[in-house]
Write a protein that binds this ligand. Structure first.
Ligand code: ADP
Ligand code: MG
Length: 255
């Protein structure tokens, strides 16, 4: 395919969408008023893409990410994840898919306060029933890889913001997910620390993990190959940088 054709086509690998949203609606009722947090959203994302999601506060960015991460159920529409309709799954089945395929990183880290860094990172593997010996090996590898080796026994309140977010990213990727969803991951960090966290996320993407990142920072958003702008629950702009294309067919990093 020529570069020009790649630029024209919104999805260069239409047969291989990892994420396909069709007519997704999410409606909240607040007293008498109705908020269309997601208003018939269609979206296709190929494996390995790097997508930034921007837009004003209240435009539906977090709701979109929560639906993609199976943390919230749409009121209408379909969500095909790797070709499978996940909107009709039971909560237990959704939890299974989430555990195996999706990593989520939050602005406020969401670590378990009374657990150490190592225990927070191990948590998804405990829930997935991975044997202790393998857990320990993978936690050690993650601690080393994320520059946290000397923080293994520290609880979140004994860690800096950047360290907390690194623990959160280690936890989000310990099950080797195919996609990483990050909702303003640098929103609680200073610029230098935030840049480190972004580089970490970008390294994971370079290794093949699909990355969708919500940010209100235009400079950060501009680093992504593909940029989505939301407004009033809808995607208003969806542009892929010319001359680049998402890598296809690399669903799992480090496998
Ligand atoms: P963003 O992340 O872009 O700031 P959100 O997705 O959080 O936007 O919210 C989109 C809209 O949906 C907003 O109007 C917000 O007030 C509303 N909303 C989001 N979550 C809820 C909820 N749990 N209950 C009621 N309204 C909500
Ligand atoms: Mg938000």
């Amino acid at each position: 395919m020529s570069a020009a054709a790649a630029v024209r086509a919104p999805d260069p690998t239409p047969g291989a969408a990892q994420i396909a949203l069709q007519g997704i609606e999410r409606v909240f009722h607040l007293g008498d008023s109705v908020v269309h947090a997601l208003d018939r959203v269609d979206l296709r994302v190929a494996p390995g893409e790097y997508v930034s999601v921007m837009g004003p506060s209240g435009s539906g960015k977090s709701t979109l990410l929560n639906v993609l991460g199976l943390l919230d159920r749409p009121d209408a529409g379909h969500y095909l994840l790797e070709g499978r309709d996940v909107t009709t799954l039971s909560p237990d089945e959704q939890a299974q898919v989430r555990s195996q395929r999706i990593g989520f990183v939050f602005q406020s880290f969401h670590l378990v306060p009374r657990l150490t860094a190592a225990e927070n990172i191990a948590l998804p593997m405990v829930l997935a029933g991975i044997p202790a010996r393998e857990r320990e090996a993978r936690v050690q590898q993650a601690l080393d890889g994320f520059g946290l080796a000397d923080r293994a026994g520290h609880r979140p309140d004994q860690l800096s913001g950047g360290q907390r977010q690194r623990v959160a990213i280690a936890r989000a990727t310990i099950m080797r997910p195919a996609m990483l969803l990050a909702d303003e991951p640098t929103g609680n960090l200073d610029r230098a620390t935030g840049d480190e966290v972004i580089r970490l996320l970008e390294e994971l993407n370079a290794a093949g993990v699909t990355l969708l990142m919500v940010t209100h920072d235009a400079a950060l958003g501009a680093r992504a190959r593909r940029r989505i702008q939301m407004e009033d629950g809808a995607i208003r702009l969806d542009e892929t940088q010319p001359g680049t294309s998402p890598r296809a067919g690399v669903a799992d990093a480090r496998t």
